[in-house]
Structures are given as structure tokens and as C-alpha cells.
Ligand binder design. Sequence first.
Ligand code: PEP
Length: 247
Amino acid sequence: MRKPFISANWKMNKTIEETGEFINSFLPMVKDVTDVDILIAPPVTSLQAAASLLKATNVKLGAQNVFYEEKGAFTGEISPGMLLSAGCSYVIIGHSERRQYFMETDEIVNKKIKTARKNGLEVILCIGESLKEREENKTFEVLERQLTGSLKDISLEGITIAYEPIWAIGTGKTATKEQANEAHAHIREWLNKNRKGADKTRILYGGSVTPENIKSLMAEPEVDGALVGGASLKPDSFAGIVKGARK
Ligand code: PEP
């Protein structure tokens, strides 16, 4: 069985002080949770402060993005080595907001995953279709294209997939549990056909997950956890999602 995995994606929210306040109130709420893997991905400015508060706890630290070169003249970019030295063990790559606002293609995502894995970071790869693509019945085609491009020449070791239908992100419109399970099953089928070890790969659902809907999503066989935006910003609501994810 795959261990449930709940990750926060704070996006461009929280100062260093706010990060500290969140962690100090969140940790006691989840200190006894050993049956769910928990990850927080704050903005890069908060990573080091978060790392020192999360040391020797059951909550891991991740970043929301990384660059595909290891060092050099790339003003404003952050390398995998820098994330490791700030205390990260994970990085989210290919989030739809990065694809939409920062023109990240599957090719760029692929390069980022390769450099992150080479340096020992675990990766959460985000994929998902737009509303138009779903309405045109292109969901599976889009997922396959993203998987093929993003995972080119990459094994599944250290990779978690997050299925995030773009129409469900930050909209309050969650995919139904059946829609989520169907997409996850299709992703797993592709992984099984094209890579070794797909049974162990966790597939998270992302898109307006709340403490109220997490249980029914997690009851689906192919849903191994969630990537959570809005509802991860408050300690009690994120703790509610973590506890609701127990299978
Ligand atoms: C996300 O940004 O990854 C996300 C799923 O956001 P939200 O939970 O707010 O829909």
C-alpha cells in the first residue's frame, strides 16, 4: 500500500514571521500523525526559517520551483543545491501557474526534474488539463503528452505525480472523486506501460481540496494524497486535511 501524502503549496503567501507562526501552531496539531507523509512548500524566502523549526519533526520541507542549471549567470534563479542547503528535501515542478505565467513547457519541466533528481531532491510533478481541454474530451491526451514530455529519460524513483485539473485550482470547484480517480487510473496505466515501479508511485490530487472533501477523495483507490493550495494556509484547516487523509 502507498502511504498517504499531503503537501501544502503556499504559493506567494506568508512572510518569514507568518511562516513561523503557522509552523508553531501546526506542529502540535499533527505531532502524532505517523501514517501520513506531510510536506510544506513555503516561498523561498521562508525556507531556512521553516527548516530550523521543522528539524526532527514529522513535517518535511519543499520548494515550489527550481532552476535547471546548477550555478552561474541566471539572475533571480535558485539551484537544487541551494534548496538542499536551505533544508529542502522536495521540490514542486511544473505547477500550472508556472506553465501559465512563466511559460514553462514540458521540455523545461523535464530539464528541471533531471537537475533536481541528479542533486537528490524528491520531485512532485504537476500535470492537468484546462477546462476547454476537458470539455473537448482531451483530458487523457493532455495527461499523456505532459507525462511523455516531462518524464523523458527519467525513472520514477523519487517522483510523485500531482494531478491538478486547472479548472479546479483555487476555484472552489473540486473534481468529483470519480473524475479524480479516473484521471489517476489513466496516469497509473501510462506509468505502468512506460516505466518500472509504477505501483509504488504516489499520485496526489490537487484542486480545491478542503477538510470537508478530503475523506471522500482519499476513499478512491487511486488517490494517494493531495497537493493543497488555499486550504493549506491555515494551520487548523491543513491539519484537518492531513488527518482526513488517513486511509
Ligand atoms: C494548487 O495550487 O496546487 C492548488 C491545488 O490550489 P487550491 O488547493 O487552492 O485549489
